[in-house]
Write a protein that binds this ligand. Structure first.
Ligand code: MD3
Ligand code: FE
Length: 206
């Protein structure tokens, strides 16, 4: 479903078995060193979403190879399985071949029932290649805005466990956020309380 030019929602991309495997991988990757951490903004606020990176570590507002605002450890490598997933999903969703695109970042966000993400643009990457998002666990309300302002107009879409979403072309720099988690909506078989979101990206960095 195209929400806007270049913004494509693909419900149920991952089957139940693939979702379980990916959650299991995330539990492993989230452990120290350079594991799941709280993110502090330059103004001294704390994001309610907890995060870690594979390939690169994101901090407000840049990328590093070490967990500069965490334990300082080198980040774990970008797993080939996530490179492959990103290339396949981007190619399936958009009218362009991303089979050899250089996906080298996975940012993995964890939302508990009260976590939210304010409206923002992702512009720390130097590459225009699409961002691929995968949702696991609780359903969220995802808010897709416009390129000019963080205010209306926007479109709210529910993202469920197993859904993919691709943001390329004219949507790559659109404002977006997560105003709400719907607690208790995760598939029981996942054994996950809360929501995991993987965003797969091309840094364009060396
Ligand atoms: C639209 N994450 O990590 S994923 C983020 O669900 C982020 O955790 C949200 O926004 C989450 O930066 C939303 C969907 C998403 C990701 C990247 C985008 C939408 C995007 C980049 C450009 C436009
Ligand atoms: Fe974002």
């Amino acid at each position: 479903t195209e929400v806007a030019p270049g913004a494509v929602h693909v419900p149920d991309w991952l089957g139940p078995g693939e979702q379980r495997q990916l959650v299991e991988h995330c539990r492993t990757w989230a452990r120290p060193p350079a594991g799941l951490r709280e993110v502090t903004t330059p103004g001294g606020g704390r994001m309610s979403v907890r995060q870690f990176g594979l390939g690169w570590h994101w901090f407000p507002y840049g990328y590093a190879r070490t967990a500069v605002d965490g334990d300082g450890a080198p980040v774990k490598p970008m797993p080939p399985l996530l490179v492959d997933l990103a290339r396949r999903i981007a190619t399936a969703a958009l009218d362009e071949d991303f089979a050899t695109a250089a996906y080298d970042i996975a940012l993995i966000n964890f939302y508990d029932a009260d976590a939210r993400m304010g409206m923002h643009r992702d512009q720390d990457e130097k590459s225009p290649d699409p961002v691929v998002s995968l949702s696991l666990g609780d359903t969220c309300v995802f808010r897709f805005g416009n390129t000019d302002t963080r205010a209306k107009p926007y479109t709210d879409v529910e993202l469920r466990s197993g859904d993919a979403f691709v943001f390329g072309g004219p949507s790559r720099l659109a404002y977006h956020g997560v105003p709400k988690i719907l607690p208790g909506t995760a598939p029981p078989a996942l054994g996950l309380t809360g929501r995991l979101n993987l965003t797969l990206r091309v840094s364009g960095l060396a």
